[in-house]
Design a protein around this ligand. Structure first.
Ligand code: ZN
Length: 239
Protein backbone atom coordinates (compact mmCIF):
# COMPACT_ATOMS: atom_id res chain seq x y z
CA UNK A 1 0.00 0.00 0.00
CA UNK A 2 1.22 3.50 -0.77
CA UNK A 3 1.61 5.80 2.20
CA UNK A 4 1.94 9.55 2.10
CA UNK A 5 3.58 11.10 5.13
CA UNK A 6 2.94 14.56 6.55
CA UNK A 7 5.17 17.10 4.87
CA UNK A 8 5.84 14.94 1.84
CA UNK A 9 4.12 15.63 -1.43
CA UNK A 10 2.47 12.58 -2.93
CA UNK A 11 4.13 11.67 -6.20
CA UNK A 12 1.68 12.03 -9.10
CA UNK A 13 2.03 8.31 -9.83
CA UNK A 14 1.03 7.17 -6.37
CA UNK A 15 -2.41 7.48 -4.82
CA UNK A 16 -2.56 10.39 -2.39
CA UNK A 17 -3.15 10.07 1.34
CA UNK A 18 -6.50 8.84 2.68
CA UNK A 19 -9.35 11.32 2.82
CA UNK A 20 -9.73 12.51 6.43
CA UNK A 21 -12.33 15.26 6.02
CA UNK A 22 -15.19 15.20 8.52
CA UNK A 23 -18.88 15.55 7.71
CA UNK A 24 -22.12 14.89 9.59
CA UNK A 25 -22.64 11.24 10.65
CA UNK A 26 -25.32 10.77 8.00
CA UNK A 27 -23.13 12.12 5.19
CA UNK A 28 -20.19 10.05 6.42
CA UNK A 29 -22.33 6.92 6.31
CA UNK A 30 -23.81 7.59 2.87
CA UNK A 31 -20.38 8.35 1.39
CA UNK A 32 -18.61 5.41 3.04
CA UNK A 33 -16.39 7.38 5.39
CA UNK A 34 -16.37 4.79 8.18
CA UNK A 35 -15.03 1.37 9.06
CA UNK A 36 -17.55 -1.44 8.72
CA UNK A 37 -15.49 -3.52 11.18
CA UNK A 38 -16.28 -0.94 13.87
CA UNK A 39 -19.91 -0.31 12.93
CA UNK A 40 -22.45 -2.03 15.20
CA UNK A 41 -24.93 -2.70 12.37
CA UNK A 42 -22.41 -4.57 10.22
CA UNK A 43 -20.99 -8.06 10.38
CA UNK A 44 -18.62 -10.26 8.42
CA UNK A 45 -20.25 -12.57 5.93
CA UNK A 46 -19.39 -16.21 6.72
CA UNK A 47 -16.26 -17.27 4.83
CA UNK A 48 -18.03 -20.12 3.09
CA UNK A 49 -20.08 -17.49 1.25
CA UNK A 50 -17.16 -15.22 0.31
CA UNK A 51 -14.69 -17.69 -1.16
CA UNK A 52 -12.51 -16.98 1.90
CA UNK A 53 -12.21 -13.20 1.53
CA UNK A 54 -13.29 -10.78 4.27
CA UNK A 55 -16.56 -9.08 3.34
CA UNK A 56 -18.80 -6.93 5.50
CA UNK A 57 -22.50 -6.18 5.01
CA UNK A 58 -25.29 -4.76 7.12
CA UNK A 59 -26.44 -7.64 9.33
CA UNK A 60 -29.85 -7.94 7.72
CA UNK A 61 -28.38 -8.04 4.20
CA UNK A 62 -25.77 -10.61 5.32
CA UNK A 63 -28.47 -12.82 6.88
CA UNK A 64 -30.51 -12.67 3.73
CA UNK A 65 -27.60 -13.37 1.41
CA UNK A 66 -26.47 -16.37 3.45
CA UNK A 67 -29.99 -17.78 3.45
CA UNK A 68 -30.16 -17.37 -0.32
CA UNK A 69 -26.73 -18.95 -0.88
CA UNK A 70 -27.75 -21.90 1.32
CA UNK A 71 -30.95 -22.43 -0.66
CA UNK A 72 -29.09 -22.10 -3.96
CA UNK A 73 -26.91 -25.08 -3.03
CA UNK A 74 -29.99 -27.30 -3.29
CA UNK A 75 -30.13 -26.38 -6.98
CA UNK A 76 -26.36 -26.97 -7.31
CA UNK A 77 -25.75 -23.23 -7.60
CA UNK A 78 -22.75 -21.81 -5.73
CA UNK A 79 -23.05 -18.18 -4.72
CA UNK A 80 -20.31 -16.15 -3.06
CA UNK A 81 -19.60 -12.48 -2.52
CA UNK A 82 -16.54 -11.06 -4.25
CA UNK A 83 -17.18 -7.53 -2.98
CA UNK A 84 -19.55 -6.32 -0.26
CA UNK A 85 -19.00 -3.12 1.73
CA UNK A 86 -16.31 -0.81 0.36
CA UNK A 87 -15.22 2.33 2.23
CA UNK A 88 -14.60 5.73 0.66
CA UNK A 89 -10.87 5.16 1.04
CA UNK A 90 -11.06 1.74 -0.61
CA UNK A 91 -13.00 3.24 -3.51
CA UNK A 92 -10.51 6.10 -3.63
CA UNK A 93 -7.67 3.61 -4.12
CA UNK A 94 -9.55 1.80 -6.90
CA UNK A 95 -10.33 5.14 -8.55
CA UNK A 96 -6.85 6.62 -8.26
CA UNK A 97 -5.14 3.44 -9.45
CA UNK A 98 -7.17 3.73 -12.64
CA UNK A 99 -6.89 7.50 -12.93
CA UNK A 100 -3.11 7.43 -12.43
CA UNK A 101 -2.44 4.44 -14.65
CA UNK A 102 -1.51 1.94 -11.94
CA UNK A 103 -4.45 -0.27 -13.06
CA UNK A 104 -5.16 -0.48 -16.79
CA UNK A 105 -8.62 0.45 -18.08
CA UNK A 106 -9.58 -1.27 -21.35
CA UNK A 107 -5.91 -2.20 -21.66
CA UNK A 108 -4.85 1.44 -21.48
CA UNK A 109 -2.76 3.37 -19.02
CA UNK A 110 -5.10 6.35 -18.80
CA UNK A 111 -2.51 8.71 -17.40
CA UNK A 112 -0.18 8.11 -20.34
CA UNK A 113 -2.92 7.90 -22.97
CA UNK A 114 -4.76 11.06 -21.90
CA UNK A 115 -2.22 13.15 -19.94
CA UNK A 116 -4.09 16.41 -20.57
CA UNK A 117 -7.66 15.14 -20.72
CA UNK A 118 -8.78 14.23 -17.20
CA UNK A 119 -12.42 14.23 -18.31
CA UNK A 120 -11.66 11.45 -20.83
CA UNK A 121 -9.97 9.36 -18.16
CA UNK A 122 -12.97 9.87 -15.90
CA UNK A 123 -15.49 8.90 -18.59
CA UNK A 124 -13.68 5.60 -19.17
CA UNK A 125 -13.36 4.79 -15.48
CA UNK A 126 -17.07 5.53 -15.02
CA UNK A 127 -18.13 2.72 -17.34
CA UNK A 128 -17.81 0.30 -14.42
CA UNK A 129 -16.24 2.07 -11.43
CA UNK A 130 -17.73 4.61 -9.07
CA UNK A 131 -16.46 7.98 -8.01
CA UNK A 132 -15.38 7.70 -4.34
CA UNK A 133 -18.32 8.71 -2.17
CA UNK A 134 -20.94 7.68 -4.76
CA UNK A 135 -20.75 3.88 -4.65
CA UNK A 136 -23.69 1.83 -3.43
CA UNK A 137 -21.03 -0.45 -1.93
CA UNK A 138 -20.59 2.24 0.76
CA UNK A 139 -23.98 1.36 2.22
CA UNK A 140 -23.59 -2.29 3.27
CA UNK A 141 -26.62 -3.25 1.19
CA UNK A 142 -24.92 -3.94 -2.12
CA UNK A 143 -22.74 -6.82 -3.25
CA UNK A 144 -21.04 -8.34 -6.26
CA UNK A 145 -21.72 -12.03 -6.74
CA UNK A 146 -19.18 -14.60 -8.04
CA UNK A 147 -17.34 -12.49 -10.67
CA UNK A 148 -17.12 -8.94 -12.00
CA UNK A 149 -16.37 -10.02 -15.56
CA UNK A 150 -19.24 -9.34 -18.01
CA UNK A 151 -18.25 -12.36 -20.12
CA UNK A 152 -18.52 -14.75 -17.14
CA UNK A 153 -22.28 -14.23 -17.07
CA UNK A 154 -22.78 -14.70 -20.82
CA UNK A 155 -22.39 -18.47 -20.98
CA UNK A 156 -21.98 -21.73 -19.08
CA UNK A 157 -21.85 -21.66 -15.29
CA UNK A 158 -22.14 -17.87 -15.03
CA UNK A 159 -25.23 -17.76 -17.20
CA UNK A 160 -26.85 -20.51 -15.15
CA UNK A 161 -26.09 -18.61 -11.95
CA UNK A 162 -27.50 -15.36 -13.29
CA UNK A 163 -30.66 -17.09 -14.43
CA UNK A 164 -31.06 -18.62 -10.97
CA UNK A 165 -30.64 -15.18 -9.37
CA UNK A 166 -33.12 -13.53 -11.72
CA UNK A 167 -35.65 -16.15 -10.79
CA UNK A 168 -35.01 -16.32 -7.04
CA UNK A 169 -33.10 -13.33 -5.62
CA UNK A 170 -36.17 -11.14 -5.19
CA UNK A 171 -37.57 -13.66 -2.68
CA UNK A 172 -34.59 -12.82 -0.48
CA UNK A 173 -35.00 -9.08 -1.00
CA UNK A 174 -32.36 -8.48 -3.69
CA UNK A 175 -32.72 -6.56 -6.94
CA UNK A 176 -30.40 -5.47 -9.75
CA UNK A 177 -29.69 -1.73 -9.97
CA UNK A 178 -27.59 -1.90 -13.16
CA UNK A 179 -29.82 -3.65 -15.67
CA UNK A 180 -29.59 -3.31 -19.47
CA UNK A 181 -31.62 -0.59 -21.20
CA UNK A 182 -31.04 2.35 -18.83
CA UNK A 183 -30.24 5.64 -20.53
CA UNK A 184 -27.80 6.86 -17.88
CA UNK A 185 -25.13 5.60 -15.53
CA UNK A 186 -22.89 2.56 -15.51
CA UNK A 187 -22.84 -0.25 -18.03
CA UNK A 188 -24.89 -3.36 -17.25
CA UNK A 189 -23.55 -5.19 -14.18
CA UNK A 190 -25.06 -8.68 -13.94
CA UNK A 191 -22.96 -9.35 -10.81
CA UNK A 192 -24.25 -6.43 -8.74
CA UNK A 193 -27.22 -7.03 -6.43
CA UNK A 194 -28.77 -4.82 -3.79
CA UNK A 195 -30.80 -5.45 -0.63
CA UNK A 196 -33.76 -3.35 -1.64
CA UNK A 197 -35.60 -2.88 1.63
CA UNK A 198 -32.74 -0.81 3.02
CA UNK A 199 -30.98 0.48 -0.09
CA UNK A 200 -34.16 2.04 -1.44
CA UNK A 201 -34.45 4.38 1.53
CA UNK A 202 -30.70 5.02 1.58
CA UNK A 203 -30.86 6.15 -2.05
CA UNK A 204 -33.64 8.55 -1.17
CA UNK A 205 -31.59 9.95 1.72
CA UNK A 206 -28.52 10.13 -0.47
CA UNK A 207 -30.26 12.10 -3.22
CA UNK A 208 -31.70 14.61 -0.80
CA UNK A 209 -28.63 15.10 1.42
CA UNK A 210 -25.41 14.44 -0.48
CA UNK A 211 -24.13 17.23 -2.71
CA UNK A 212 -21.08 17.65 -4.91
CA UNK A 213 -19.34 19.39 -2.01
CA UNK A 214 -19.23 16.03 -0.19
CA UNK A 215 -17.56 14.27 -3.14
CA UNK A 216 -14.00 15.48 -2.82
CA UNK A 217 -10.61 14.33 -1.62
CA UNK A 218 -9.20 12.26 -4.50
CA UNK A 219 -7.30 12.66 -7.77
CA UNK A 220 -9.45 14.17 -10.52
CA UNK A 221 -12.13 15.47 -8.15
CA UNK A 222 -12.23 18.89 -9.85
CA UNK A 223 -12.90 17.39 -13.30
CA UNK A 224 -16.04 15.38 -12.54
CA UNK A 225 -18.94 15.73 -15.00
CA UNK A 226 -21.62 18.19 -13.79
CA UNK A 227 -24.40 15.61 -13.75
CA UNK A 228 -22.58 12.76 -12.00
CA UNK A 229 -25.03 12.44 -9.12
CA UNK A 230 -28.02 12.51 -11.44
CA UNK A 231 -26.46 10.06 -13.92
CA UNK A 232 -24.56 7.60 -11.76
CA UNK A 233 -26.37 7.58 -8.41
CA UNK A 234 -29.90 8.15 -9.62
CA UNK A 235 -29.40 6.36 -12.96
CA UNK A 236 -30.36 2.89 -11.76
CA UNK A 237 -33.17 0.48 -12.52
CA UNK A 238 -36.03 1.78 -10.33
CA UNK A 239 -38.33 -1.25 -10.68
ZN1 ZN B 1 -20.87 -3.76 -7.46
Amino acid sequence: MNMAFPGTKASPKKPSKPDMKRYSPEIEYLTGRFKASRHASFRKVKFEYTGGSTQYLLKEAADSFEKMAEEAKKDKITLFIVSGFRSFNRQKRIWEDKYLGVTLVENKNLRETYPNHPEKRIALILKYSSIPGTSRHHWGTDLDINSVSPSYFNSGEGKKIHEWLEKNASRYGFFQPYTPGRSKGYETEPWHWSYKKISKSLLKKYLSNVTKDHIKGFEGDSFLPDSFLEDYVKGINHD
